[in-house]
Structures are given as C-alpha cells and as structure tokens.
Design a protein around this ligand. Structure first.
Ligand SMILES: [Zn+2]
Ligand SMILES: [Zn+2]
Length: 291
C-alpha cells in the first residue's frame, strides 16, 4: 500500500513562488495555495517571470503535488447572472494558473443554495461545471469539496457530489474530501469501524476512483454540528485515532493529505500561523505507525 503524502496549505503572498519556500520551512511534501486573495473578486495576474520562477523552484523541490484552492466568493448556485459569471471566471482563472504551474488541479467549494434546496439549483450548477470544463485545459482536475453544511452548502452529503459527478460525466471532475467538513456534516470518522463505513459510503456514492485529494483537518465542533471550524490534528472531536485509521486505510492510499489547520501559537509571538511543522510532524508520525 503506497503511503499518504503529507501536505499543507501555505501562504504565497509576495509572489506564488514563495509558497515553495514556505513548504520547505515546515517540510511539507505537497502544497495548496490560493490563486488570489480568497475573500476578494480581484484576480491576481501572475506575471510570466513569476510563473517561471515558481516552475524552476518546483522542479528543484521534492514536492509531489500542488493544488490550488479557488477563492471563497464563488458560488455556482448564485442567484444573479453577474455573480454566476464572476464565479465561473474565478474557477477558470484558477484552472488556468493550475495549468501554467503544472498543478494537479483546483479544489472548489461548489457553492450554496441558501435554503432553496439542492434539487432547485442542480441544473444551474451542472451547466456551470460543464462550461468551466469546456473552457479550460484538458489536463487539470477540478475537485469539488465536501462541505460542513453551514448555510445550505452544496456537497454536504456524498450523494450530492455523486449526482454532480454523474451528471457532468467528465473524468476531470473529481472530489476533495475534507475530514473536518465530513465529520461536521455527520460522517463519523473516529475509529476503525466508522472510518471503514464512511469510506464505503464514499465509494458507493462517489467512487473512490474519483477521490482526488484530502483536506486533513480535525474539527472544533462535534459530529453533525454543521459548522466549518478546523482544529489541529488530534486536538479536536475527530481525534488521533480517527486520523490513524484514515491514514492507514487502503481507500486513501497514496493520497495527499493537505492540512488547513490553525497551527499552534508561536512561543515568541503567541500567534499561530496556519498549518505548522507540529501538525506536519504529527501526520508523518501517524504515517510511520505500523498498522
Ligand atoms: Zn478544505
Ligand atoms: Zn473548512
């Protein structure tokens, strides 16, 4: 069974190539970055020399995978034509960057129906996804992320993601499984039996062959509370045992586990700074356990 890859979301401020150095600092084996500031519509236009520098550093690094997380404002179930167009454009921008930097693909929060119900927005979401795939390079993956369920998010159940994949029917459309979101949405992943059962449910509804990448986050909220609150590995309601079982389950073999955790407070500044080496080391420690 091939071991998992231990990765982290890292900052790319000051130029996306900085992400490679930031990964090195915490000994990450894979990274995820934002294409632009995640809370703003304004898209960063990465200059050719910036892309070139990134690609050089990437080629010289030991990094195994690169993922781009689309901005948070996008909503493929948007109410207005303007919001929908901006959303589609943001995903196209991210996919285009993915192609330029040889990233594996783009992770997307599909959006929110804001109480209207999944069935009332599914047609719009399917055609938006089709348009995005049509208008982007055929070499990049678009991975829809499962969600915690806050505010009518699409992808709160595996069934919803399964329906989207089935209807769009493209080998480029896959799924990103966020462990915190799944747990908050009601999927128990705290021990061997529950982890096996959830992975089986994933296989039945989405298909394990469609699992592109994993977001490895513990949860600050308890099972089924439907809130999106990430916690450091082993410090939340999922707990260390859950991660031991997931990391050593054959269904997740070889996958990149990308941390999006708050990190631990720095001893000097008292501030925590996102996924840190403590979390990376914890996933590596778990990976080294013989199961
Ligand atoms: Zn995530
Ligand atoms: Zn989240």
């Amino acid at each position: 069974m091939s071991p998992i890859i231990v990765g982290a979301h890292v900052s790319s401020s000051g130029g996306i190539y900085n992400a490679i150095d930031n990964a090195k600092l915490i000994e990450a084996e894979a990274i995820q970055i934002f294409p632009s500031a995640p809370q703003m519509w304004r898209m960063t236009q990465h200059k050719p020399e910036v892309i070139e520098k990134f690609n050089k550093l990437y080629a010289a690094s030991d990094l195994k995978e690169i993922w781009i997380h689309n901005i948070y404002l996008a909503n493929l179930a948007a109410d207005t034509a303007e919001h929908l167009k901006k959303s589609i454009d943001s995903v196209l921008h991210a996919l285009n960057l993915a192609k330029q930097i040889n990233a594996n693909g783009v992770v997307l929060h599909t959006g929110s129906h804001k109480g209207k119900g999944f069935e009332n927005v599914v047609d719009q979401v399917v055609s938006a996804l089709e348009e995005i795939l049509d208008r982007s390079s055929s070499s990049t993956i678009l991975a829809l992320e499962d969600m915690a369920g806050q505010g009518g998010t699409i992808g709160t159940t595996f069934e919803e993601l399964g329906i989207l994949l089935q209807r769009v029917n493209s080998s480029r459309l896959r799924v990103c499984l966020d462990t915190c979101h799944a747990f908050a949405a009601g999927y128990d992943i705290r021990d061997r039996k529950s982890v096996s059962s959830v992975i089986q449910q994933f296989d039945n509804t989405i298909g394990l062959e469609n699992l592109a990448v994993i977001h490895a986050n513990d949860s600050k909220v308890d099972l089924g509370e439907q809130k999106d609150r990430h916690e450091n590995i082993g410090q939340g309601y999922i707990g260390t045992l859950g991660f031991e079982e997931m990391i050593h389950h054959s269904g997740f073999a070889g996958k990149a586990f990308i941390l999006e955790v708050p990190g631990y407070p720095n001893t000097d500044t008292g501030k925590s700074n996102g996924p840190d080496q403590i979390n990376i080391d914890e996933l590596k420690r778990i990976r080294s356990l013989k199961k």
